[in-house]
Design a binder for this molecule. Structure first.
Ligand code: ZN
Length: 226
């Protein structure tokens, strides 16, 4: 298996846009990847669309904890939880505002076929606003049972998987009482995805469209009239 390195471009740090419908979505879906990316110079734009003041504070803490040292921009909104399809236009406007303020290399966001209506709304809108990025759709285990077949895996060192779960518990105390919020769910999914990519632990993503470039054609040929 040939791993493709998610490396910074020739000029400047790697930039990531992480979008969550709810506080904790980003960290559950891609917290391990973010911990890994933050080991190098990283510019991150962190956007969460719903959340009470308490939940927004959890999100703010989590962004700093999962991406220590990153050049971090945090935008938190309080759109109605559970009802993002009803405010589709507002979600699109927020994403368009974000697109005007940054042009990230990588986007981490929910999938358009996620069973939760809020996640799904974000997943449907991302490719209508961003068309020049690697869009990795993360997965979130849930009651609906919508785990699908991933197309891209990020193996996690055991220490990173451990750190991810520790931080989930630490950063989101409001969620600890939920019957699904426990080590077995988080490690179980990470172990299963790890098995599927011949690693101990992993996070998995879906990428509907991926552009790869031979090394001889880098850097950034599409930005140079390729
Ligand atoms: Zn969610």
């Amino acid at each position: 298996m040939l791993p493709l390195n998610l490396a910074a471009p020739s000029v400047g740090p790697l930039s990531v846009l992480a979008i969550g419908a709810h506080p904790d979505d980003i960290e559950i879906g891609a917290g391990g990847l973010l911990l890994g990316l933050a080991e190098s110079e990283l510019r991150a734009h962190y956007v969460v669309l719903t959340g009470t003041a308490d939940r927004q504070q959890e999100a703010r803490n989590a962004a700093h904890s999962f991406m220590p040292g990153a050049d971090l921009t945090i935008d938190l909104y309080d759109l109605p939880e559970g009802r993002l399809p009803a405010v589709w236009g507002s979600v699109k406007e927020i994403l368009e505002d974000v697109a005007r303020s940054c042009s990230p290399h990588v986007i981490l966001a929910p999938s358009s076929d996620d069973a939760h209506q809020d996640h799904r709304t974000v997943g449907e809108l991302v490719p209508t606003v961003f068309r020049d990025q690697l869009y990795l759709a993360y997965e979130i285990p849930k009651w609906d049972g919508d785990m699908s077949r991933p197309s891209l895996y990020v193996p996690l060192p055991a220490a990173a998987a451990q750190r991810k779960v520790e931080l989930l518990h630490k950063c989101f105390p409001s969620q600890r009482g939920r019957d699904w919020w426990d080590d077995e769910v988080f490690f179980g999914l990470a172990r299963l995805r790890g098995m599927e990519c011949r690693a101990r632990y992993a996070e998995a993503f879906r990428s509907a469209k991926t552009v790869i470039v031979p090394a001889a054609f880098t850097p950034d040929p599409y930005r140079e009239g390729f």
